[in-house]
Write a new protein. Structure first.
Length: 418
């Protein structure tokens, strides 16, 4: 039986690299032809070329017998630029030039939230206000995120409609900064694969180019895990708190990290930023219009808004909710059972390492995404990235325990140095 470890190491990692880029090229090409979402079609046409070039580069490296990890890393960097940054920049420029089909709805929602934050001191509209909007504008009237997300809309609110004020630019810049810090903290031979599955995997690159609001949340959560692995608890709390100030989807990861901090007796240092920053983020809109905050962040995602969320990816929870009598109740019951199972796991085997926290968070979010009555395909980037980073976080923890030994080099052997 071929194990994941053997597949990952085959030909010095080049076999997996080739498969990743080749399959991704096929996915992008199919997306360019068949997707009903115009920003996705535009992404596919550009990204397919980038993936294909990366696949050819990996094949050339393999045939040349060159297994240098630095070259693999360079190809990964090229692939990320070609499949995420380039199509995103193209769409941003075209959108600034007047194209109205070059951004997903979440980009518009965040930018509108930034404008409201600037002019009204709150990014939210109440249900009553949204009900008075034209019918085709009501969905975009909701901002179902934490207040911090609206900060990414401020450049457009301040400087107008330019390519560089597109919220996706700022999403990806923040993601790059957080991922760069994570890589610097973790390092080691296992990081490259984790980076690939967080950047060039189509679910990540497509999200970056067309929407992107989930990426800074995910990157900050990964940074928090890396900081925990290196025993930098105060800064870990800041990173986790920033993620939770952007989106409620970070809260399950934050909860796991709180339990992890408890096992390490570092809860006080961690909780100051992890809990303080989300609370500080909600204070201004809470003082300004508490009802609007609740309507957007809680009511709308739960299906109690003036309009319903379009999130309807065909995962089991969605299929059960729409295809069975009392299906929504059944799906919610299964979701609660999954949550109970994760809670029992946390009680019986609390995460004593950052890698264990990443695994629990990854599996928990995967179960939630599959069982939620309304969810999105793009949310899969969270469990994929968390599970991919767990092996690298294990290595980071070992470096903290024995800083005189660092794992490096493509052949996976440990090299000691002082």
């Amino acid at each position: 039986m071929i194990t994941w470890s053997r597949l990952d190491r085959a030909a010095g990692g080049l076999a997996f690299d080739l498969g990743l880029y080749a399959l991704s090229a096929g996915f992008a090409a199919i997306t360019a032809v068949t997707s009903t979402l115009l920003p996705h079609r535009a992404w596919g046409g550009v990204a397919a070329i980038g993936y294909a070039v990366a696949a050819v580069a990996v094949l050339t490296q393999w045939l040349a017998g060159n297994r240098d990890p630095r070259l693999r890393a360079a190809i990964t960097g090229f692939a990320w630029v070609a499949t995420a940054w380039v199509p995103m920049l193209i769409q941003s420029v075209e959108r600034a030039g007047g194209r109205t089909d070059r951004a997903q709805e979440e980009v518009l929602v965040v930018e509108d939230g930034g404008s409201r934050l600037l002019h009204h001191a709150t990014p939210y509209l109440s249900d009553d206000t949204i009900a008075r909007l034209p019918a085709d504008e009501r969905l975009l009237g909701y901002l179902p995120y934490q207040p911090g997300m609206s900060l990414f809309g401020l450049p457009r609110a301040l400087a107008g409609d330019a390519w560089w004020t597109d919220a996706r630019i700022w999403f990806l810049l923040a993601t790059t900064a957080a991922l760069g810090l994570t890589i610097a903290l973790v390092r080691g031979p296992r990081v490259l694969r984790a980076v690939q599955l967080t950047t060039v995997l189509p679910v990540c690159a497509l999200t970056a180019a067309t929407g992107g609001d989930d990426l800074p949340v995910l990157a900050l959560c990964l940074l928090a895990l890396a900081l925990c692995a290196r025993e930098r608890w105060g800064w870990a709390g800041v990173a986790a708190g920033l993620a939770a100030a952007l989106k409620l989807l970070a809260l399950p990861i934050l909860a796991v990290l709180i339990i992890h901090a408890l096992t390490r007796r570092r809860l006080g240092r961690f909780a100051l930023g992890a809990l303080g920053l989300p609370v500080l983020a909600v204070v201004p809109p809470l003082l300004r219009d508490p009802g609007a905050l609740v309507d957007n962040v809680i009511g709308f995602p739960l299906g109690h808004g003036v309009v319903t969320s379009p999130a309807a990816s065909p995962f089991p929870g969605r299929l059960i909710a729409t295809g069975l009598p009392a299906g929504r109740v059944i799906a919610l019951g299964l979701l609660l059972l999954a949550g109970l199972a994760i809670a029992v796991w946390l009680v019986r085997r609390p995460p004593t390492t950052a890698a264990a926290a990443a695994l629990i968070s990854g599996y928990g979010l995967l179960a939630a995404i599959f069982l939620m009555p309304s969810t999105r395909f793009g949310y899969l980037l969270y469990p994929v990235a968390l599970l991919a980073w767990a092996p690298a976080l294990t290595a980071a923890a070992s470096v903290t325990e024995r800083p005189d030994r660092v794992e490096e080099a493509a052949d996976g052997r440990a090299t000691a140095y002082t």
